[in-house]
Design a binder for this molecule. Structure first.
Ligand code: 13P
Length: 256
């Protein structure tokens, strides 16, 4: 069974809700109906813009899907400043990034926290996009596989094969994020192939064939086609270039 491409824009801490409305409207104009048949197109605005973006998607009948960049694992309670999975689900959010390297490195999230977030996302009927990636020091020390393998096992352990097959993994080498230094197509495909083998060993071949694995890190209209030509790479998680609707649309339409 062929895996459908998925291209997600992670807007990070950018765009007020007013700017976000314009961005998603522009993106909608630039995509053709046929694009959505080939690619799941996802945008992940900041929390404050989710409601506005959702309204634009609904009123303009866009097939852009809504994602969130983070979530807290408890459903409600005294957790000042946090946002729960039921709150996101109620807004029409379908996808939630968990374990982004900025969450891990700036906010100290560890594998156990990522695992709890992932379970909260699943329990509320949304799909996690589980991000893993090694730092430059770790790559140079040749421990990339241990690091990303450990992050993956930490997040996924205890899940059944059907659940693992249905989720999305994003390989984002930390040294390639926001640096303009993309992993080569071969480096990306190698790490992603390794992650897929790991899913096969842990959860069986069917799950490994089904699970979608994205690449993230300085993806641009210029390098997307080469990445997508690799059999194991099913899409991209795009940061900086997703803030420009023209650029993001040409990444989505990478075959044009
Ligand atoms: P850049 O595309 O800006 O390198 O960011 C990648 C990323 O972190 C997406 O989640």
């Amino acid at each position: 069974m062929a895996r459908k491409d998925l291209i997600a824009g992670n807007w990070k801490m950018n765009a007020t809700h007013l700017e976000a409305i314009q961005m998603v409207q522009k993106l909608g104009y630039r995509l053709d109906p046929g694009d959505y048949d080939r690619v799941d197109v996802v945008v992940c605005p900041p929390f404050t813009a989710l409601r506005s973006v959702q309204t634009v998607i609904e009123t303009d009948y866009l097939r852009i899907q809504l994602g969130a960049q983070n979530v807290f694992w408890e459903p409600q309670g005294a957790f000042t400043g946090e946002i729960s999975a039921p709150m996101l689900a109620k807004l029409g959010v379908k996808w939630v990034v968990v374990g982004h390297s900025e969450r891990r490195h700036i906010f100290g999230e560890d594998d156990a926290m990522v695992a709890r977030k992932l379970r909260a996302v699943l329990a509320n009927g949304m799909t996690p996009i589980v991000a893993v990636g090694e730092t430059l020091e770790q790559r140079e020390a040749e421990i990339t596989e241990e690091v990303i393998g450990g992050q993956l096992q930490g997040a996924l352990q205890g899940l059944d094969a059907g659940t693992v097959g249905a989720l999305v993994i994003a390989y984002e080498p930390v040294w390639a994020i926001g640096t303009g230094r993309t992993a080569s197509n071969e480096q990306a495909a190698e790490a992603i192939g390794f992650l897929r083998r790991l899913v096969g060993e842990g959860w069986g071949e069917a799950a490994a064939e089904m699970v979608r694995i994205l690449y993230g890190g300085s993806v641009t209209p210029g390098n997307i086609a080469g990445l997508m030509a690799k059999r194991d790479i099913d899409g991209a998680l795009v940061g900086g270039a997703s803030l420009d609707p023209d650029k993001f649309a040409s990444i989505v339409r990478y075959w044009v």
